[in-house]
Design a protein around this ligand. Structure first.
Ligand code: 13P
Length: 289
């Protein structure tokens, strides 16, 4: 069922687990995430990059999401990932999306503050919510982001800007990066702990791919309540595509639907593994577990 991102994340925060926000890239991956959520009795956030949203169209994504959300009885929301363009962020909100990450990390602080406040005001008028990023979280993903840290702030500055701009969730730099890690990252769960004493705003962890179960556990114990995962799903999809297509060819099978169903199942399996690590399985009562 369709739910508000803030309600989903707040419930996670109150109950001490993290909700997985999975980047999807088409209807198959969207269905895979919804299916994993349903099977695991877990809430999830369906997340989409700006590039993918523009390729499919904001209205069509909203329709695909609505169809998926009404086919399950666990809470699902639709979130736009890393959007530095306030006009596009407002456009998807107008198309009925649940929330956006307004990514102001490329702007200097005064402009970041002004634009973030404008997006938050627009979202709230329409019952949508805003995740805010004003620091650089390194790694380029789907054409957005940077490999260098240009903007970094103190905990106090981060919380003050979030309060002034009226955003609903904060995505601080926590030592993680988008994409595959080249070395062992210097993770900052203690920063989450400090921020949690300063604000009740939910804290979002980016760069979920490549973190260990222990890393996730330590961030969740510190108080992170939304965890973003993208690259792991792309790998799962591609690996499944290669394996399943090779098997289909070897046995002379050419019907696409069973092939696609197997790929969807594999992607759903990857999502379910993450939901287990995030502690959200069984968070929603009901179903035949
Ligand atoms: P990964 O691709 O490293 O999982 O990061 C996803 C993310 O943080 C999307 O915002």
């Amino acid at each position: 069922m369709k739910a508000s991102t803030l309600d989903i994340v707040t419930a996670a925060q109150e109950q001490g687990y993290a909700v997985g926000a999975f980047n999807v890239f088409d209807d198959l991956s969207l269905r895979a995430v919804a299916r994993a959520a349903q099977e695991q009795r877990s809430p999830v956030i369906i997340q989409i990059s700006v590039r993918t949203a523009k390729a499919i169209g904001a209205e069509l994504v909203a329709d695909m999401f609505s169809a998926a959300a009404t086919s399950v009885d666990v809470p699902l929301s639709l979130h736009l990932d890393h959007c530095p363009d306030p006009t596009y962020a407002m456009e998807v909100i107008d198309a009925g999306w649940s929330s956006v990450l307004f990514d102001a990390s490329s702007y200097d602080l005064p402009q970041a503050r002004e634009l973030t406040a404008a997006v938050a005001a627009h979202a709230h008028q329409r019952g949508a919510h805003v995740e805010s990023e004003i620091e650089n979280i390194v790694g380029v993903e789907d054409g957005v982001g940077s490999d260098v840290i240009v903007h970094a702030y103190s905990d106090e500055e981060l919380v003050t800007v979030a309060q002034e701009t009226g955003v609903d969730m904060i995505a601080p730099q926590l030592g993680t990066a988008h994409g595959l890690y080249k070395g062992r990252p210097a993770l900052l769960p203690e920063r989450v702990r400090r921020l949690r004493t300063m604000t009740s705003l939910p804290i979002v962890l980016h760069g979920g791919t490549g973190l260990s179960p222990e890393d996730f556990a330590s961030f969740i114990a510190a108080g992170v309540s939304k965890i973003n995962v993208s690259t792991a799903l792309k790998h799962s999809f591609l690996d499944a595509l290669v394996d399943v297509s090779a098997e289909a060819r070897a046995y002379g099978r050419v019907e696409p639907l069973p092939i696609l169903a197997q790929i969807e199942q594999r992607v759903a399996g990857t999502v379910a593994e993450h939901l287990a690590l995030f502690g959200s399985c069984g968070a929603i009562p009901g179903g035949a577990q």
